[in-house]
Ligand binder design. Structure first.
Ligand code: GLC
Length: 549
């Protein structure tokens, strides 16, 4: 495997700096706090850390509203701290990427402060202005709970400005070549510091055109290709991981290239999140039915050899239901958001473990699916120990609470008085840091942490899971999710019982007659395959990753 394809079989770990570890006792996590935790991430088996935005920001959207692209937020440290973090990560063989917010800035960015001064300000054209709020009519609103419109009127200069997210996040105008060039400077600035790439935030919305949805436009793809070409030329090992919350056929162009012709590799994103499969895993687990997962994966187009999906169960946002039908959205809310406070925009603001009712069987199964589907898996910080959430907190903060390192006062997150923490620790009877923390789970052989560590290690040892194709088996039992991962002579069968009842199935394994399936995760051999039917009984929520000896 060449180095520039390192991401094909990588494990990502998404980390909120503010919540991970505090080095200076101010109750907020910071970059220097992460350094002593790198060995923990290495031990877990992570390959690449993804840091949420760390730049200068008034934090109206937790740093996704950037007011200074060339500096680190003072809460998080300095550019020198960041360089040290990169150096220390690389010394341990860990890669590190951060968010790149291209679509918008903060309204406190000097460009916008200038832009809104008057219609003839030299920075006016850095943003998207209009005399009326009827332009681009029909374009959907993303933050439906708070934003009545994608346009906000600016009193000072007497026009409306365009924003796809909060009104405090005006969209940049990529039709202005200066903007397009300036953002390339930003990208190069951080790549020159040795960063391994970016999670490119909210990319479908870079350009606007009348009469369209203003999403996924050809102009947007052209710009992203330009970014990639620059990276290929100067930083060939660095990656772009695209955040486009879209259907598979809309995601496909973000890779470009030709899957059937290695001479035409992808030349846009290296990786893109597979958004639609995620809610279907949750739905499948609740209803004990595999069909939605199978259908969306069968609807997922092939991608070039140098591209990869990124799969995830949870992240720092609400569990998005944008990629399901209206009926399914209502159903998912009914199933997973019994308290209205759990809903946010078109999603559910809860963490993995509470969503799965703290049922260890379901948590293991969800991860067994995550780690074996086509794509590079992402672990959201704290999910490896089963952290809980706090829906009483504002916006998405309830899933961004301080990491629970120990059971001591302050949870090992910070030496500040806990009342000074930027957000309260989870402190309830089930998920409180006193019970759920890294230190205790590291010592307990059967802990979730040790299970996750094992799953990561087994996954990484299986080239086929990073590179292989994936065929879903047709079984006449709708509760079983079964797929065959295959690469050259390597085979792996993933068999999952999504239901709370035991199930007996027949597997089409005749081509392996005479060989013995081995359960890789539990290191156990099953009965050998013969020429007669191969039957298998799975306990409720049981799963196997089977390879042949
Ligand atoms: C992305 C981020 C989200 C942020 C939004 C606006 O969707 O994941 O947290 O609020 O972009 O930048």
């Amino acid at each position: 495997m060449t180095n520039s394809l390192w991401y094909k079989n990588a494990i990502f770990y998404e980390l909120h700096i503010r919540s991970f570890a505090d080095s200076n006792g101010d109750g907020k996590g910071d970059l220097l706090g992460i350094i002593p935790k790198l060995d923990y991430l290495k031990d877990l088996g992570v390959d690449c850390i993804w840091l949420l935005p760390m730049f200068g920001s008034p934090l109206k959207d937790d740093g996704y509203d950037i007011s200074d692209y060339f500096n680190i937020h003072s809460d998080y440290g300095t550019v020198e701290d960041f360089q040290l973090l990169v150096k220390e990560s690389h010394a341990r063989g860990l890669r590190i990427i951060t968010d790149l917010v291209l679509n918008h800035t903060s309204d406190q960015h000097p460009w916008f402060i200038e832009s809104r001064k008057s219609k003839d300000n030299p920075y006016r054209d850095y943003y998207v202005w209009s005399d009326n709020n009827k332009k681009y009519e029909g374009v959907r609103i993303i933050f439906v709970d708070t934003e009545p419109s994608n346009w906000t009127y600016d009193e000072t200069s007497g026009q409306y400005y365009w924003h796809r997210f909060y009104a405090s996040q005006p969209d940049l105008n990529y039709d202005n070549p200066e903007v397009a060039d300036k953002m390339l400077e930003v990208i190069r600035f951080w790549l020159d510091m040795g960063i391994d790439g970016f999670r490119a935030d909210a990319v479908p919305y870079l350009f606007e055109r009348e009469g369209t949805s203003c999403e996924n436009l050809p102009e947007t793809h052209d710009y992203l290709k330009r970014v990639r070409a620059m990276m290929n030329e100067h930083y060939p090992d660095a990656i772009l991981l695209g955040e486009a919350n879209m259907w598979p056929h809309e995601l496909r162009p973000y890779f470009s290239g030709d899957p059937n012709n290695p001479a035409v590799p992808g030349d846009e994103f290296h990786l893109a999140f597979h958004f639609p499969v995620m809610p279907r895993i949750f739905k499948g687990l609740k209803l004990g039915r595999a069909n939605d997962i199978i259908n969306i994966m069968n609807d997922t187009p092939a991608i070039p050899y140098n591209c990869q999906w990124c799969v995830f169960l949870r992240n720092h946002d609400e569990l998005t239901l944008e990629m399901v039908t209206e009926d399914d959205r209502q159903l998912m809310w009914q199933l997973y958001a019994p308290d209205p406070a759990m809903k946010l925009n078109l999603g559910i603001r809860r963490r993995l473990t509470p969503l799965l009712e703290n049922d260890r069987r379901k948590i293991e199964l969800a991860n067994a699916i995550l780690f074996s589907l086509p794509g590079a898996p992402i672990i959201y910080y704290g999910d490896e120990i089963g952290m809980g959430d706090n829906i009483a907190l504002f916006d998405r903060n309830g899933v961004r609470t301080p990491m629970q390192w120990t059971g001591e006062r302050g949870a090992g997150f910070s030496t500040a008085d806990p009342s000074q923490f930027w957000a309260p620790l989870i402190d309830d009877a089930v998920y409180g840091y006193q019970h759920i923390n890294v230190a205790s789970q590291q010592h307990e052989a059967n802990s979730l942490f040790n299970l996750m560590k094992h799953m990561v290690a087994v996954r990484k040892s299986l080239f086929v899971l990073g590179w292989g194709d994936c065929t879903f088996l047709q079984l006449d039992n709708e509760t079983i999710l079964a797929y065959h991962r295959h690469h050259e002579s390597e085979h792996c069968f993933i068999i999952c019982n999504l239901s709370d009842q035991s199930q007996t199935i027949t597997l089409p394994l005749s081509e392996f007659a005479g060989r013995t399936p081995h359960d890789l995760l539990h290191d156990k051999s099953l009965a050998p395959v013969t020429t007669s039917e191969y039957t298998l009984t799975l306990a409720p929520y049981q799963y196997h990753w089977l390879a042949f000896k």
